[in-house]
Design a protein around this ligand. Structure first.
Ligand code: B3K
Ligand code: ZN
Length: 864
């Protein structure tokens, strides 16, 4: 923001259809680092009778010439971020030539240089940094793109199919691309570089051959097979589960090192952050493998949910993101463990989304007011958005949900639509009324549910009373339609059939009123109720379950997710009790339940690994209005030590009994996950065997094992920590993605010198403030996971982040804004800490050149 102008907000209620449509755009790029010439020729029509000026978006562009119907045209006004052209006819050809400067573009938005390669990022509003355009998602045009560059850029890529290529007289070469599908500007992409290529092909179920190509930096081919396999699995899964086929002759993925997020679904030419593509067993963990598969799937699934049917305006972002996250979650669950994927998704909701929804950035999944759109690619729009789709899936069932999807595509293929259009298709196809359900789209905050239970011995009935409450920060929210799934367990752990008025009931109860009472019949003995089974709605359930009930659920619930959920509740209750009593002692019943898990190892080992983990700091913090930082940390440390000490023999026996065959099979991944948890605890003990385990793990050629050992020694503050980290640095300095793991480990050291160490690491040859991966690995890990050092009483942790944000404000405002998030909850800390964070926010607020990205969040944090 400039000192004089306050950034302007946009409101959903002010949406107006564009006055012009752009039928076609022909783009010609002459690439050069400091001065790229962009020639744009657009076929434009008026679509109303208002006689309005044509207002094109443009940011950081140098206008060279403007022609209307081949005539030089001067009836325009050039503003800071707009080109306003007056007195235009009904139909015309507009030719614009402008210059841009990719080399100094460090925002990683528009056209920029990543390493030696040119690449683009246009979503949400980056196309306006390339040329003057109606840069909004409801303007759909066909694109022809010619790229001219020096020969050293061996690959010149854009959307669609290649239709021409050749060499110019001056020695440069060119390639021309044509995208047969009309698209909004945010899906435009261009890449030029010298890459290695992994090529493959896929035959769709209707027999079309699709060429697949994965472009990576030279030398990285050995790290590409997993992403390619993931792509083919995604294509097949979308055909089988959603009946959706790919529609172009070629699908390209390019991996680049400098990228603000995970990846981007540009039509036919996805651009990926290299960390979401490159993997082999030596350099990537099992978790990295899973993330890559899910992001490759996510971007592929956007081809239908996002590209073929896109958003009318950016307020509708969840139309494509919530739906596509739901689809990628289902993909991962169909291919892998449904329970583990559900656990991962719910962790994101409870740790990040609930806190966003309770804080100053709270917004509905369809926001109503936005200053900087990039600030709304949030866990709310994405993950709560996916939960909203999941609830519709729960209410409709798979068959009707798929009928709704089919109707949605039948009605809207090739259009830019709203979330209402999506819900209408679901409702019309299923004949289920979703009017009340739609409130999930415009109400922020996490609803609370109060559940009362009563068992009547005489009548053998069990009564559940469920009452819904608006979130504390959104007291005026209207009643929601909440699908509330339950299971009743008898004392032997068997599921009790649900009967009301002699009718068998579905396990999903529809809560639509303020309060509902359900009387279940033929319940012979007092049951234990599993509430909100599988997290059937993004709500907080207030319940006072006894330790015995939770242990019962943990043993017997049919849903593995709910077993884990009960275990988390058990730990949370114990931690809270220890904080209030000052006596950090875990109940013997829990210790023995953990012991049974470790010694019996019944069922999925990866699930057992999850059951053994304490909840995250954020999960516990969410339980408090004012977060008792020091107490949480000290009780959690004490509990971990207690588990490690009491169960060390079992942990050692378990570790020794587990055999890792070194493959990527689900079984091997599960073995490594369980070994990792064992080692995490054992590193806190003085057991003799631990050194051998560490030696064995760090010598492994499997990064999951290596990192398991390193993270265990870092978190245990083990005497071997520094030596092991130094050896790792020496071994991996040539590989920036592996070094990110090392930066993250450095940032998580609880040592008092951590902050000074981080400042020194800014000078490490692998570190680069301009690369979001590096910044997040080092400072993001510090602010999110190093609770004791980030929240130091002397405020130095906050100062470190504040200094970084000031620097990033100039380099990359989008990344700065993302990194700011830990400051948003400042009011939830004790007086000294909250004042210290506030002071950092005020420092930012006083910056003369504060970006819109930071302005929006800082203002919300400070002013509300
Ligand atoms: N649609 C992109 C995200 C764009 C973010 C812009 N700041 C990736 C995705 O969600 O698939
Ligand atoms: Zn997406």
């Amino acid at each position: 923001m400039s000192a004089t102008s306050k950034p302007q907000a946009q409101y959903l209620k002010d949406y107006q259809a564009p006055h012009f449509s752009i039928q076609h755009i022909d783009l010609r790029f002459e690439l050069a680092p400091l001065k790229t010439v962009v020639h744009s020729t657009m076929t434009i029509n008026r679509v109303d009778e208002t006689g309005a000026d044509l207002v094109l978006d443009g940011v950081d562009l140098t206008l060279i010439s403007l022609h209307v119907d081949e005539q030089e045209y001067s009836d325009y006004t050039l503003e800071d971020e707009a080109l306003i052209i007056h007195n235009l006819p009904a139909n015309f050809i507009l030719k614009i030539v402008n210059h841009i400067d990719p080399q100094t573009n460090t925002s990683l938005e528009g056209l920029y240089l990543s390493g030696g390669a040119y690449c683009t990022q246009c979503e949400a509003e980056g196309f306006r940094k390339i040329t003057y355009y109606l840069d909004r998602p409801d303007v759909l045009a066909s694109f022809d793109v010619t790229i001219i560059a020096e020969q050293k850029y061996t690959h010149l890529l854009s959307n669609g199919n290649q239709i021409d290529a050749g060499t110019l007289d001056d020695g440069r070469h060119f390639v021309k691309w044509q995208d047969p599908f009309k698209k909004p500007s945010y899906l435009f992409a261009l890449v030029a570089g010298d890459f290695d290529v992994l090529r493959d092909q896929y035959t769709t179920k209707s027999g079309r051959n699709v060429e697949l190509a994965l472009f990576v930096d030279k030398g990285n081919l050995p790290k590409t097979p997993h992403a390619m396999t993931s792509l083919k699995k995604s294509m097949q899964w979308d055909e089988e589960r959603f009946n959706l086929e790919y529609d172009l002759d070629i699908y390209m993925i390019v991996a680049v090192d400098f990228f603000n997020m995970g990846a981007m679904e540009n039509k036919g030419l996805n651009i990926f952050n290299s960390k979401c593509v490159l993997a082999n067993q030596e350099t990537a963990t099992d978790k990295d493998y899973h993330t890559i598969e899910s992001i490759v799937g996510h971007e592929y699934f956007h081809n239908w949910t996002g590209n073929r049917v896109t958003c009318r305006d950016w307020f509708q972002l969840s139309l494509k993101e919530g739906l596509t996250v739901f689809r990628d979650q289902e993909f991962s669950s169909d291919l892998g463990s449904r329970a583990l994927n559900r656990i991962d998704a719910v962790k994101v909701m409870r740790t990040h989304q609930f806190s966003e929804d309770a804080g100053p950035m709270a917004h509905p999944i369809r926001p109503e007011k936005v200053i900087e759109m990039n600030n709304f690619y949030t866990v709310t729009v994405y993950d709560k958005g996916a939960e909203v789709i999941r609830m519709m899936h729960t209410i409709l069932g798979e068959e009707k949900f798929q009928q709704g999807m089919a109707l949605y595509f039948q009605r809207h293929d090739g259009q830019a639509v709203t979330c209402d259009d999506f819900v209408a298709a679901m409702s019309d196809a299923s004949e289920i009324d979703l009017q009340q359900f739609k409130r999930w789209y415009n109400q922020a905050g996490t609803p609370r549910l109060k559940v009362d239970q009563y068992f009547d011995h005489v009548n053998q009935t069990f009564t559940l009373t469920i009452e819904q409450f608006a979130p504390d920060n959104q007291p005026n929210n209207a009643l929601l339609h909440i699908p509330f799934a339950i299971e009743l367990l008898d004392p032997a752990g068997q599921s009790v059939p649900l009967t009301i008025n002699n009718q068998m009931q579905d396990s999903v109860l529809n809560i639509t009123e303020k309060q509902h009472t359900f009387v279940f019949e033929n319940v012979i003995e007092p049951p234990v109720a599993v509430l909100l089974e599988d997290f059937s709605a993004p709500c907080i359930v207030n319940q006072t379950s006894s330790t015995a009930d939770l242990l019962h659920i943990m043993r017997f619930a049919r849903s593995d997710f709910s077993r884990w959920d009960a275990q988390q509740r058990l730990f949370t209750n114990e931690i809270k009790a220890a904080i209030s009593s000052g006596n950090a002692c875990l109940s013997p019943d829990i210790i023995s339940a953990l012991n049974v898990l470790i010694t019996e190892r019944a069922g999925d080992l990866a699930l057992i690994a999850e059951l053994l983990k304490l909840p995250s700091y954020d999960t516990i913090a969410a339980e408090y209005a004012v977060i008792p930082v020091d107490d949480i940390v000290s009780v959690m440390n004490a509990f971990e030590l207690h588990i490690a000490t009491d169960l060390s023999d079992s942990l050692i026996a378990c570790y020794k009994a587990l055999h890792d065959d070194g493959t990527t099979s689900a079984e091997a991944v599960a073995v490594r996950a369980l070994k990792q948890v064992c080692l995490h605890y054992l590193a806190k003990t003085e057991q003799q065997d631990v050194n051998n385990f560490i030696d064995e793990a760090v010598a492994s050629s499997n990064m999951t094992n290596v990192l398991a050992a390193l993270s265990a020694v870092v978190k245990a503050n083990h005497p071997r920590c520094d030596n092991l980290l130094n050896e790792f640095d020496a071994k991996w300095r040539h590989d920036v993605l592996v070094m990110d793991k090392w930066f993250a480990l450095q940032a998580m050291k609880e040592s008092a010198t951590c902050i000074e160490d981080i400042k020194q690491l800014y000078d490490h040859p692998s570190f680069d403030f301009g690369n979001p991966n590096r910044v997040r690995a080092l400072v993001g890990s510090f602010s999110h996971f190093n609770t004791t050092q980030f929240h130091r009483a002397d405020g130095k942790g906050y100062q470190l982040l504040g200094d970084l944000l000031i620097k990033l404000n100039d380099i990359n405002p989008q990344n700065a804004s993302r990194m700011l998030t830990p400051f948003m909850a400042w009011k939830r800390y004790d007086h000294d800490r909250s004042q210290a964070i506030k002071a950092q926010l005020q420092r930012l607020a006083s910056l003369e050149n504060l970006s819109d990205d930071l302005f929006e969040k800082v203002e919300k944090a400070l002013v509300g």
